[in-house]
Design a protein around this ligand. Structure first.
Ligand SMILES: NC(=O)c1ccc[n+]([C@@H]2O[C@H](COP(=O)([O-])OP(=O)(O)OC[C@H]3O[C@@H](n4cnc5c(N)ncnc54)[C@H](OP(=O)(O)O)[C@@H]3O)[C@@H](O)[C@H]2O)c1
Length: 250
């Protein structure tokens, strides 16, 4: 699965699934662009990548801001003059319910990062992906398939939207030879709950898996890199679930 000479852009690469994905693509020979807001964490990921391959380009950016999204693509093209793979991985969880009275605040915050940024970055990247006959992998969630917790309703809605958007984009770009696929993890040990202020861990959000385990980010990275590779040349518009059998428990 060589990605030698390939240019791979990973959003949300400062921790968790995005960081593991950046390291794996680098190990496979890619030049990776790592995007997120936390510079200290990005520098750590850059070091981890440099131990196994090419030193990645850091782009410190907030995907909720249109100017930053434009700069991500501009800086990528200025540096490498091409783009082969876009991994839309940046995502946030927020807790909130209709009866809380502030659901639209949470809606706007989540949708801006989990959906709007992906739509915008896809549109900005598409002309370059058409040139390389590249591909996109979007990191959704099994929360886009099932509602596990009422307090996570807006997050679940964002992931359902992302999954649907990904399939529509797969259909639109297929005639141009550009593939778009989805990875939908179940629970994965990352910073995501801490970042959402959920201190009780996965128990708080009702996680029960058939295999009685929680994934490490590297397991999801394996799937992302596979889908982005030539081995998956016949796969587009597919949603790959990696959830330790959590959906089976429904
Ligand atoms: N962990 C799970 O159990 C799980 C399950 C299903 C799906 N997922 C999905 O997997 C993806 C990765 O999450 P993770 O679990 O690896 O969580 P994580 O460790 O919290 O990583 C999230 C990444 O997104 C970035 N990010 C968040 N808001 C951003 C913004 N406005 N601009 C730029 N970057 C932003 C964060 O970087 P900065 O904070 O540095 O900006 C970080 O690099 C998400 O889409 C998530 O929904 C996770």
């Amino acid at each position: 699965m060589s990605f030698k000479d390939k240019i791979v852009l990973v959003t949300g690469a400062s921790s968790g699934i995005g960081a593991a994905t950046a390291v794996l693509f680098t190990k496979e020979g890619a030049n990776v662009i790592i995007v997120a807001r936390n510079e200290a964490k990005l520098l750590k990921v850059q070091q981890d990548c440099a131990k196994v391959g090419n030193k990645p380009l850091i782009i410190k950016a907030d995907v909720a801001k249109d100017d930053d999204l434009r700069r991500i693509i501009k800086d990528t093209i200025n540096k490498y003059n091409r783009l082969d793979v876009l991994v839309n991985n940046a995502g946030i969880v927020r807790i909130g319910k209709i009866l809380d009275g502030k659901v639209t605040e949470i809606y706007d915050e989540i949708m801006n990062v989990n959906v709007r940024a992906v739509v915008q970055l896809t549109a900005l990247a598409a002309p370059y992906l058409l040139k390389t006959k590249g591909n996109i992998v979007n990191v959704s969630s099994i929360s886009g398939i099932t509602i596990n917790n009422a307090e996570m309703g807006i997050y679940c809605s964002s992931k359902a939207a992302l999954t649907h958007f990904s399939k529509a984009t797969a259909l639109e770009l297929a005639p141009h030879g550009v593939r778009v696929n989805i990875v939908s993890p179940g629970p994965v040990y990352t910073d995501i709950l801490d970042n959402a202020g959920i201190t009780q861990g996965f128990e708080k959000v009702g996680v029960v898996t058939a295999l009685n385990r929680i994934s490490d980010p590297e397991e999801i990275a394996d799937l992302i890199v596979y889908l982005a590779s030539e081995k998956a040349k016949g796969i587009t518009g597919s949603n790959y679930v990696a959830d330790n059998g959590m959906l089976l428990m429904k």
